[in-house]
Design a protein around this ligand. Structure first.
Ligand code: ATP
Ligand code: AMO
Length: 494
């Protein structure tokens, strides 16, 4: 057989015997035996073997010149290993070389040693192509793809239409502060902070359920563990018939599907991503097994629902009380905890985290809420709804029973925000009123307001951050680790 792969490392023992570790994407590796005696024997044994480009005695000389990460072709035959080679994935077989050709030479030294778990994240990001070859970063890229695919498949099966909206736009979509400006042939333009306005407009064009997977730009000029200046937005918008809980049902179904897919198909990748596979060839990666988080306890079980006597969402929402917790009553086998903002604040006050009411949570308060909810309900995923109007964007629908609260929600994973959404205002007059109150220039955004003038559907939606899902699912410390080529205030290359 012939195998084309990268030489991860080599050991040449004198003039008679050498070993190469040959690696193929993704994380498959085998030991190649380059033995003078074996080579000569094999040439006779392997009938129909390709013509020798190097004489058998020079194979070892070739092997000696190969630099780490070079791509080579090895012809030879497979043989059982005398004892398992624990440092490669194919431990029980060896490839005995009869011919060896260097396809491309890797320069040396490498920007960093692939196996070095102490290499700093910045060095890895400076040389992301090399870093991608490590089992950890390679696994994270594949897990992100799995999240994407689960999101897309779930929505396509529910009659959603995939759309692509413009990323160069004439007005900020989420308010002014964190927007990148661009020079559009002498006019002012902006990089889209979200597909928000366009996904709503498409609905008014009678495509009642849409989603988009695309880049989102935020001029967040600060370095945090969870903010990028460009991230992948997973956006959804749909017409609603009675209540914004219809959108929450879709959101919860989407997230549950993503988590179930990761649990079902992503276990091996997750372990590779966290560097937790013993003896993994080229495990490298920016994580250490010591940081391995506990698996997600994402879902309320029916047992917990019964034991805590949590009521159904529809019943509770109808009585307009404030609850410490309630669950959706939709048909998912895994109800997701939902809690109104005021109840979440009360929980923080009762536990001494807050001394008085607040209008929004900061990151620390979010984390503490996550801990309290985990203690009380045993879950890592939950929704808080009915946020104060002051904390939400201009397009958010006020709660009919209390105009200081809104038909809006955030979803959290391990105590950190992964999603925001809301029912939207579909009455153009109310919309303009809210724009003025929020300091949004109505003139700049007239096309959007006009979209609601010719018969508008009540509607709502949400936006998830792809990198944040992977970040908090894995429990790794920095969002840059889970973005292919991350962008932050200090980094626009590679
Ligand atoms: P989004 O902006 O998409 O809603 P977010 O996580 O930034 O997501 P916010 O509601 O804006 O959520 O902010 C929640 C908290 O996160 C803030 O109170 C603040 O503590 C923190 N935070 C938000 N943006 C930044 C930032 N750029 N730098 C540092 N901290 C931030
Ligand atoms: P929001 O601004 O909350 O809502 O963004 C939605 C989700 O996107 C992710 N996210 C980020 N991820 C990485 N880096 C960032 N700087 C960053 N900012 C946000 C988070 C967040 O929950 N138009 C609304 C959505 C809607 O209502 O449909 C919006 O953009 O996971």
């Amino acid at each position: 057989i012939r195998i084309r792969g990268r030489v991860e490392g080599s050991r040449i023992k004198g003039s008679k015997l050498g070993f190469l570790h040959l690696r193929q994407p993704f994380n498959e590796s085998i030991q190649v035996v380059v033995a003078k005696a074996n080579t000569e024997n094999s040439v006779a044994a392997a009938s129909g073997a390709p013509p020798q480009s190097s004489t058998p005695s020079s194979l070892l000389d070739v092997a000696r010149t190969i630099t780490p990460e070079s791509v080579v072709d090895v012809w030879g035959y497979l043989k059982a290993s005398p004892r398992p080679v624990t440092s490669v994935s194919c431990a029980h077989l060896e490839l005995h070389a009869t011919r060896l050709e260097i396809v491309t030479v890797a320069e040396t030294p490498l920007p960093f040693p692939l196996r070095d778990v102490n290499t700093k994240l910045d060095t890895r990001l400076d040389h992301r192509v090399i870093d991608l070859r490590t089992a950890s970063t390679g696994a994270i890229a594949r897990l992100s793809s799995m999240v994407n695919t689960a999101f897309r498949s779930f929505l396509l099966a529910k009659d959603f239409v995939e759309i692509h909206t413009p990323k160069m736009i004439g007005t900020p979509s989420e308010g002014g502060s964190s927007v990148f400006k661009l020079d559009y042939f002498g006019k002012e333009g902006f990089l889209a902070q979200s597909p928000q306005l366009y996904k709503q407009m498409v609905l008014m064009g009678d495509i009642p359920r849409v989603f988009e997977i695309g880049p989102v730009f935020r001029a967040e000029n600060s370095l945090t563990h969870r903010h990028l200046t460009e991230f992948v937005g997973l956006d959804v918008e749909l017409v609603i018939h009675n209540h914004y809980s219809e959108v929450l049902n879709v959101l919860e179904g989407t997230l549950v599907t993503i988590l179930q897919t990761l649990e079902r198909d992503g276990a091996v990748l997750r372990n590779l991503a966290l560097g937790a596979v013993a003896g993994t060839s080229n495990s490298g990666g920016a994580t250490a097994a010591a940081t391995m988080p506990t698996p997600i306890q994402s879902l309320l079980t029916q047992d917990i629902v019964k034991a805590l006597k949590l009521g159904s969402y529809e019943e509770n929402i109808a009585s307009q009380d404030t609850y410490l917790g309630y669950v959706s009553s939709h048909t998912s086998p895994f109800p997701v905890l939902r809690m109104p903002f005021d109840s979440a604040v009360q929980l923080l006050i009762d536990n001494g985290v807050l001394t008085s009411h607040v209008d929004d949570f900061n990151t620390a308060q979010e984390k503490q809420l996550g801990n309290l909810i985990k203690q009380r309900y045993g879950v890592d995923v939950y929704v808080v709804d009915q946020f104060p109007i002051s904390a939400r964007p201009f397009y958010t629908m006020p709660l009919p029973s209390n105009p200081l609260r809104t038909c809006s929600y955030d979803m959290y994973l391990r105590g950190e925000e992964i999603c925001s959404g809301a029912q939207r205002i579909h009455d153009p007059e109310l919309l303009q009123e809210r724009m003025k109150a929020c300091g949004v220039n109505v003139a700049l955004i007239q096309d959007y307001v006009n979209a609601f003038r010719y018969g508008a559907w009540p509607h709502g939606g949400f936006g998830l951050g792809l990198e944040r899902i992977v970040l908090f699912y894995l429990g790794v410390p920095d969002v840059r680790m889970v973005s292919l080529f991350p962008r932050d205030p200090k980094r626009i290359t590679p």
